[in-house]
Every structure is written in structure tokens, then in C-alpha cells.
Design a protein around this ligand. Structure first.
Ligand code: ADP
Ligand code: MG
Length: 173
């Protein structure tokens, strides 16, 4: 059995896209904390936040993280998963953590063209590049300290996957 692989990073960095590809290549299961949360509660993240607030959403997200943690799985996480120290500790202790790192301009560009971007409420209501810049200023140190490995997520998806596979093969050597 192999340790779970956690993908962390801001909205739009490719956790879902890369997670799918990587899990197929490794023959692992693919789990996504956002999808798990939404399907177990039968509502969208936007609804949970609107009806119960961010703290309640974060509680549910932490519970989802624990529930999706299994061996031989690639786990895509929500962008704010690193805001709770216990989530960071859980990921570091149970598996290998990869930060998919990309610049705010790149993230904003992807989210603008992706209709799923509207799925979660913006944190400030301001233009997306500005918001991503501010969010990353606060979150980058948390992504960095939680990750075992940092991957350049601005590369094409297959290259990102190959870089992760290379790190994993070095670990196992
Ligand atoms: P996340 O799950 O981290 O929020 P997604 O995997 O949903 O990110 O990707 C957000 C958008 O960016 C999607 O439209 C996806 O196709 C695109 N995307 C993801 N990774 C890359 C990449 N490496 N290069 C170019 N576009 C990407
Ligand atoms: Mg995603």
C-alpha cells in the first residue's frame, strides 16, 4: 500500500485536473475534498457558506479531509485547507504533500475562462487578479510550510504530472 498524495494550492492551480491525470497514471483512486463535501451534504460550497458561514464550511472541510484519506489515493484539497493547522499536520503525517504553485496572473486567467470558477464565492468581491495576489500573500507561507515538495504548476498538465512522478520515484529509490 502506498501513502496518499495530497495536492494543495490556490483555486485554479490544477489540483482537480492534475489529480485526475496523476491518479490514472499511478492506478490510484482520486478523491477531492470539495466534491466529497458537496456530495455528502447534497449542496454546493456556495450554499454552505451562504447558509452557515465560512467557519462551518471549514469544519466540514476538515472532516472531509479525514474521510477521504486512504492509501493509494490522490487527494485534491480545497484552496483554504492550509488555514487550519490540524489539516496541515494531518496531511504531512499521513502522506506526501505537493504544492502546485502558480502566479496570481496565471490563476486569474484560468479562473476567468473556467465556468466552475463561479462555484465558490470570491473572498472579497474585488477583481480576481487582485484577490488572488492578496490571498497568495497570506497563504503562500502556509502552502510552503505544509508541502513536502513544490511543483511549478504553470507548466502544461502532463509536464506537471511527470514532475510529480519524478519526485515520487526519487523517494522510492
Ligand atoms: P483547482 O482544482 O486547483 O481549482 P482545476 O484543476 O479545476 O484547479 O483547474 C482550473 C482551470 O485551469 C481548469 O479550466 C483547468 O482546465 C485549467 N488548468 C489546470 N491545470 C492547468 C495547467 N497546468 N495548464 C493550463 N491550464 C490548466
Ligand atoms: Mg478543484
Amino acid at each position: 500500500m502506498s501513502l496518499p498524495i495530497y495536492l494543495i494550492g490556490a483555486r485554479g492551480c490544477g489540483k482537480t485536473t492534475i489529480g485526475h491525470l496523476l491518479s490514472q497514471t499511478l492506478g490510484y483512486a482520486f478523491n477531492d475534498t470539495d466534491h466529497h463535501l458537496q456530495s455528502s451534504l447534497q449542496c454546493t460550497i456556495a450554499q454552505i457558506v451562504a447558509e452557515q458561514g465560512w467557519e462551518s464550511f471549514r469544519d466540514k472541510e476538515s472532516a472531509s479531509l479525514i474521510q477521504v484519506t486512504t492509501a493509494s489515493a490522490v487527494i485534491a484539497t480545497g484552496g483554504g485547507i492550509i488555514l487550519r493547522p490540524e489539516n496541515c499536520q494531518h496531511m504531512r503525517e499521513h502522506g506526501r504533500v505537493f504544492w502546485l504553485k502558480a502566479e496570481p496572473q496565471e490563476l486569474a486567467k484560468r479562473l476567468t475562462v473556467d465556468p466552475e470558477a463561479g462555484q465558490r464565492p470570491t473572498l472579497t468581491g474585488r477583481p480576481i487578479t487582485e484577490e488572488m495576489s492578496d490571498v497568495l500573500k497570506i497563504r503562500s507561507p502556509l502552502y510552503s510550510s505544509t508541502a513536502h515538495h513544490i511543483i511549478d504548476a504553470s507548466r502544461p498538465p502532463q509536464e506537471v504530472v511527470d514532475n510529480i512522478l519524478q519526485v515520487l520515484s526519487q523517494q522510492r529509490a
